[in-house]
Design a binder for this molecule. Structure first.
Ligand SMILES: *[C@@H]1O[C@H](CO)[C@@H](O)[C@H](O)[C@H]1NC(C)=O
Ligand SMILES: *[C@@H]1O[C@H](CO)[C@@H](O)[C@H](O)[C@H]1NC(C)=O
Ligand SMILES: *[C@@H]1O[C@H](CO)[C@@H](O)[C@H](O)[C@H]1NC(C)=O
Ligand SMILES: *[C@@H]1O[C@H](CO)[C@@H](O)[C@H](O)[C@H]1NC(C)=O
Ligand SMILES: *[C@@H]1O[C@H](CO)[C@@H](O)[C@H](O)[C@H]1NC(C)=O
Length: 391
């Protein structure tokens, strides 16, 4: 609510007066919009308003706009509304539609309640403050990106934009304004940068100065830096009768990720071994999930599904599986610990290879008695009484 200025412009003796209330600050309206110029009045000492004693006159630069004197008369060519039914409540507000440059200026709201009178001044400015939008919130790690700050629906032309990262000024800009279909202006300023891990969670702001506002308008975003996971599927031995499948999920940020194995769209609970997270030199994360198909199952296809906020839809890779012919008593570990040369031969991405190399190094350490891995694996296997693998 604007603060109201009490004007006591007419005191006809100490015993009676008309008190007028009008906004103390100018009323703003964009071109071709409709606007109400508030003017409220009361009598002092308080008593009911008698319209038979009332004259109201709105004028701009000495010319009448609308008057009430028994009846309402409108002088403004494009019309104006002075609502006679509101006058007994002391509401003499004026409604103007389709305001234009010539409507701007200082209006006088004059009220005579015989024999007392008063007047108030209401300034109308043809101005509209900008609305701000800033985005996007999520940007890809390490890829040239842009943030766009859009100032829209402002009038008149002319904005200046300041970009901040935290409290540090990055850029000052005076983007050219274009006229929109609603006669108002809009302008865009673009910040180009390559997001780093250090930008994650940092507040970026766009500040706009425009003459319709005393203080700059500001919009903030807390930057989300994201990197899409890559999925690499490995099976050992290669082919449909694999004993172990590993789903490697590489190069994602932030760390929160969901890796699931699905069969016919349903998540599988048993026979899954999840790797720990590893942080890559570029700050992204990698992880993996190993799956041992259950002996005794029928042929099926298994899907590794990755959910991460950098993905619009889950990332999936499906592999067909058939049970090994009877009589195979090899250990899945043999395949899990398969040679590095063999892995490179599969044509994996560098990230996956490095990750695998590191993981393999860990397994290698445990290899003399395979204690670490066996412990983890048997933990999974205990949850699954149907598992008939023998290690
Ligand atoms: C006000 O309007 C009424 C009917 O609309 C009319 O009879 C009357 O003469 C008008 N009075 C003045 C002062 O114009
Ligand atoms: C005064 O009247 C105008 C319409 O003429 C209305 O929009 C406004 O809400 C009224 N003010 C109050 C305080 O009732
Ligand atoms: C302004 O008023 C006119 C007529 O009074 C109406 O046709 C128009 O829809 C109004 N415009 C807005 C934006 O309210
Ligand atoms: C992690 O991601 C899942 C969906 O992928 C989401 O439901 C969950 O709220 C996220 N957790 C956090 C802490 O961001
Ligand atoms: C970060 O490194 C990983 C492997 O080290 C790679 O897969 C990923 O593409 C890299 N991501 C970016 C954004 O540089």
């Amino acid at each position: 609510m604007p603060s109201f200025l009490c004007l006591l412009l007419s005191l006809q003796g100490a015993w009676a007066a008309v008190i007028i209330q009008v906004p103390s600050s100018p009323v703003q309206a964009g071109p071709h919009s409709n606007v109400s110029l508030p003017c409220h009045f009361s009598l002092d000492p308080p008593r009911p308003i008698d319209v038979d004693f009332l004259i109201v006159r709105w004028s701009l630069r000495g010319k009448n706009i609308a008057t009430f004197d028994t009846n309402i008369t409108v002088f403004r060519p494009r019309g104006a509304v002075l609502d006679a039914t509101r006058l007994p409540e002391g509401n003499a507000s004026l409604y103007l539609s389709d305001v234009r440059d010539e409507d701007a200026g200082e209006y006088t709201c004059f009220v005579l309640h015989t024999p007392d009178s008063a007047e108030g001044k209401v300034a109308l400015k043809l101005e509209a403050p900008p609305r701000l939008t800033l985005g996007p919130t999520g940007v890809p790690l390490g890829k040239p990106s842009t943030l766009t700050c859009t100032a829209s629906d402002f009038y008149p032309d002319g904005v200046s934009v300041k970009w901040l990262r935290g409290s540090e000024t990055l850029k000052v800009d005076s983007p050219p304004a274009k006229r929109g279909p609603n006669y108002l202006f809009y302008a865009q300023s673009v910040l180009e940068f390559t997001p780093q891990i250090s930008d994650a969670g940092v507040t970026f702001s766009c500040q706009i100065h425009h003459r319709a506002v005393k203080d700059p308008i500001s919009q903030d975003i807390e930057l989300k830096v994201v990197a899409r996971p890559e999925l690499h599927m490995l099976t050992r031995p290669p082919g449909k009768t694999f004993l172990v499948a590993e789903c490697l999920v590489c190069g994602f940020y932030p760390q929160n990720v969901t890796v699931q194995w699905l069969q016919n769209g349903e998540p599988i609970q048993a026979g899954i071994y999840e790797s720990e997270f590893e942080q890559n030199p570029n700050g992204t994360f990698s992880t993996g999930s190993v799956f041992f198909p259950q002996q005794g199952h029928f042929a099926a296809s298994y899907t590794c599904q990755v959910q991460h906020e950098a993905l619009e839809a889950p990332l999936e890779e499906r592999i067909p599986w058939e049970p090994e012919a009877l009589g195979y008593f090899g250990s899945p570990m043999t395949w899990l610990l398969g040679s590095l040369g063999h892995l490179v031969g599969l044509g994996m991405g560098i990230g996956a290879t490095l990750m695998y190399q590191r993981r393999r190094a860990k397994y290698k350490q445990a290899e003399p008695n395979d204690q670490t891995l066996l412990k983890k694996t048997s933990k999974v296997r205990r949850e699954n009484p149907d598992d008939v693998f023998v290690i």
